[in-house]
Design a protein around this ligand. Structure first.
Ligand code: COA
Ligand code: AMP
Length: 636
């Protein structure tokens, strides 16, 4: 604990010297002499006079250091039967050629490129090729519907869109080209060109301005890395906020590389040459940080898995991968293990594999619920580490630090703040909460390197969403508490963000979609507890006066609408028609109360409620429709 305490104190009390030391561990073209500076809004800007290139630090640097023959990427795809191993040299060369392709299309430093691809090595190639040119990528998760892709294209205004012809789910092939076509039709912005990676499971018909990846690559000339300032943007990653418009989180180059390198060693306890497996998707922040960038910045091998925890072909898939590729650290979302536990509660499939190579299991994306934690602890001989972070921070805020001083774990806790993150819990009045007192989890500025540097072209939203609530602190949007030993427990969101199977979604956005239906006068979408997915959304709608819509037909229409506008991953599958919704006298829907009823909790009648009968009405409707645990809820 003392090593942790000393390091933590150093990072908080002298952030500039702490991070200047860490910055020496990545290669720079010009080493930074100013580790920390503050902008006009007093937000941290790291390594402002440093010059580097993220692709160089992750690929060329290792090749130049004599590790060109080491594996950089392993691809394993049970949904196609494909497997591929790519060395650092091969990866660098492929990336350099694809950078040549993009450069040939006019992509320059600062230009945006939208990438819409499944879990194939080419997704990494495209991302690194952007980094090589100093261009800014924006990867869109393959499960998003055309509308979501269109919103991102419109906001990022890419010069080029890179897509695959299809993605592959367990039971179906999903052609991406029609999704891209619809998105482009719906967007005011037109990219100069599209590059399509043709996959044999569903190849696409290419039109004007659309080019075949392979054909371009066969003629491409490699280009070198373009030096960029540490503070130049590396990527935009859109994430759900409280409104329908997703937030484009902007990450810079230098701070990001330094922070990820530090985390690989300190949080994950990894050494160069070891295999790191993060079972996420390149479309999420976990994928950006711990599939694409961190493992290669550290000189490790990253395992890219195009498959699911279950059904590809069975719930032994992860164990097979760990054994086959000698994985040292494995990272996934708790929901994946809940799915595995459901199918293989006694670990019969685990017993078929030798996973003695595994050193640590990491979980994030949602709170590691104690039952899943205990199941994993009983099943495995390695530390089971819950760690807490978010798209905005880009790397873990709290963890059990495997490379610094591993600590005893406590079920339900993400353990302690990671050096660099000055985590506080504030009560409603903005004062420090007592141990065990739940409050708003915030991070005192300066935020460490790697954290978001803004919202793409929306300074105002950046300030309003994160900095305005408690001046001097970054608002995480999570609620939680510290215990008497300084262990942090992160319990859930304080806003309209929900977490469905490890995917971050906005109920506000779903409400906008549901509310756009002509029969709907008013609606509320709440996230209710779900055994497998953690949370799932449920819609409550009030019909317009005189509406003759059939309730079941309307439910199907609204489910279809959310699927079509946001995507299947929203898991929006239940809609209740109600006469009225419980509201405060000022007209605010009492969403928390609705959640309590659906989750089977005891609830009281708030003194501010406008119409007390509305609560009973909604509870009865939930009972009729067998929503969640409503049968166990009690008014006290
Ligand atoms: N492209 C297109 N569709 C996708 C998709 C993608 N990349 N990912 C998911 N979907 C679809 C699914 O096919 C499903 O469609 P359906 O409603 O027609 O069946 C729907 O979106 C919901 O998907 P999901 O919530 O993933 O449910 P599932 O039953 O297919 O799988 C889990 C459940 C738990 C196995 C899966 O959610 C999982 O692996 N979660 C881990 C998530 C994760 O790693 N998150 C990253 C944070 S670390
Ligand atoms: P995302 O930005 O998609 O990574 O989602 C971030 C959000 O997921 C956080 O703000 C939390 O609400 C939740 N989350 C992620 N990891 C954890 C964790 N280990 N414990 C509790 N909540 C988590």
């Amino acid at each position: 604990m003392s090593e942790y305490n000393n390091t933590y104190r150093h990072a908080i009390e002298q952030p500039d010297t702490f991070w200047a030391e860490q910055a020496k561990r990545i290669p720079w073209y010009t080493e930074p002499s100013i580790p920390l500076e503050f902008d006009e809004q007093n937000h941290a800007r790291w390594f402002v006079d440093g010059v580097m290139n993220t692709c160089h630090a992750a690929l060329d640097h290792h090749v130049d250091a004599g590790h060109g023959n080491q594996l950089a990427v392993i691809w394993d795809s049970p949904v196609t039967g494909g497997k591929r191993k790519i060395t650092y040299r091969e990866m660098r060369d492929e990336v350099a050629r694809f950078a040549g392709v993009l450069a040939g299309m006019g992509v320059e430093k600062g230009d945006r490129v939208v990438i819409y691809m499944p879990m194939v090595p080419e997704a990494l190639v495209a991302m690194y090729a952007c980094a090589r040119l100093g261009a800014v990528h924006s990867v869109v998760f393959g499960g998003f519907a055309p509308h979501e892709l269109a919103v991102r294209i419109e906001d990022a205004e890419p010069k080029v869109v890179v897509a695959a012809s299809c993605g592959i789910e367990v039971d179906r092939v999903i052609p991406y080209k029609p999704i891209l076509d619809q998105a482009l039709d719906a967007s005011h912005h037109r990219p100069a060109a599209c590059v399509i990676l043709q996959r044999e499971q569903a190849s696409a018909i290419l039109g004007e301005g659309e080019h075949d990846w392979q054909a371009l690559m066969s003629e491409a000339a490699p280009v070198d890395c373009v030096p960029v300032k540490a503070t130049d943007p590396l990527y935009i990653l859109y994430t759900s906020g409280t409104t329908g418009k997703p937030k484009g989180v902007v990450r810079d180059n230098g701070g990001h590389a330094v922070a990820l390198h530090y985390s690989m060693e300190t949080v994950y306890g990894m050494q160069p040459g070891e295999v790191f497996f993060s079972a996420s998707d390149v479309g999420w922040v976990v994928g950006h940080s711990y599939i694409v960038y961190a493992p290669l910045l550290m000189g490790c091998t990253t395992l890219v898995y195009e498959g699911k925890p279950v059904r590809t072909p069975d719930s032994g898939a992860f164990w097979r991968l760990i054994e086959e590729y000698q994985v040292k650290a494995f990272f996934t979302a708790p929901t994946a293990f809940r799915a595995i536990k459901k199918e293989d509660p006694d670990g019969d499939l685990l017993a078929k594999y030798d996973i003695s190579c595994l050193r640590t299991l990491f979980l994030a994306g949602e709170r590691l619920d104690p039952p899943t934690f205990h199941w994993l602890e009983d099943m495995l001989d390695v530390p089971v580490v819950d760690h807490w972070w978010q798209t905005e921070t880009g790397w873990p805020i709290a963890a059990n630090l495997q490379g610094l001083s591993p600590m005893p774990t406590k079920a339900g806790s993400a353990t302690v703040p990671v050096p660099g993150f000055d985590v506080r819990v504030l009560n409603r009045k903005g004062g420090a909460a007592e141990p065990f007192e739940q409050g708003s989890v915030v991070i005192r500025e300066p935020m460490p390197p790697g954290s978001l540097v803004g919202i793409w072209r929306d300074e105002q939203r950046f300030h309003a969403a994160y900095m305005a609530a408690f001046p001097g602190y970054y608002l995480t949007g999570d609620a939680g508490y510290f215990d008497e030993d300084g262990y942090l427990f992160v319990m859930g969101r304080t806003d309209d963000v929900i977490n469905v199977a490890g995917h971050r979604l906005s109920t506000g956005e779903m409400e906008e979609v549901v509310g756009s239906h002509p029969a709907v006068a008013e609606c509320a979408v709440i996230g209710i507890h779900d055994e497998l997915k953690g949370q799932v959304p449920v819609g409550l709608v009030i019909l317009k006066d005189g509406s003759t819509a059939d309730e079941l037909e309307l439910e199907q229409a609204l489910i279809g609408l959310v699927r079509e506008r946001i995507g299947a991953i929203a898991c929006f599958k239940q809609v209740l028609v109600v006469d009225r919704l419980p509201k405060t006298r000022s007209g605010k829907i009492l969403r928390k109360l609705l959640r309590h009823i659906a989750d089977g909790k005891e609830y009281g009648m708030p003194s501010t409620i406008d119409d007390p009968t509305s609560l009973q009405h909604v509870h009865e409707t939930m009972l009729d429709r067998d929503v969640g645990q409503a049968s166990r809820a009690r008014l006290i």
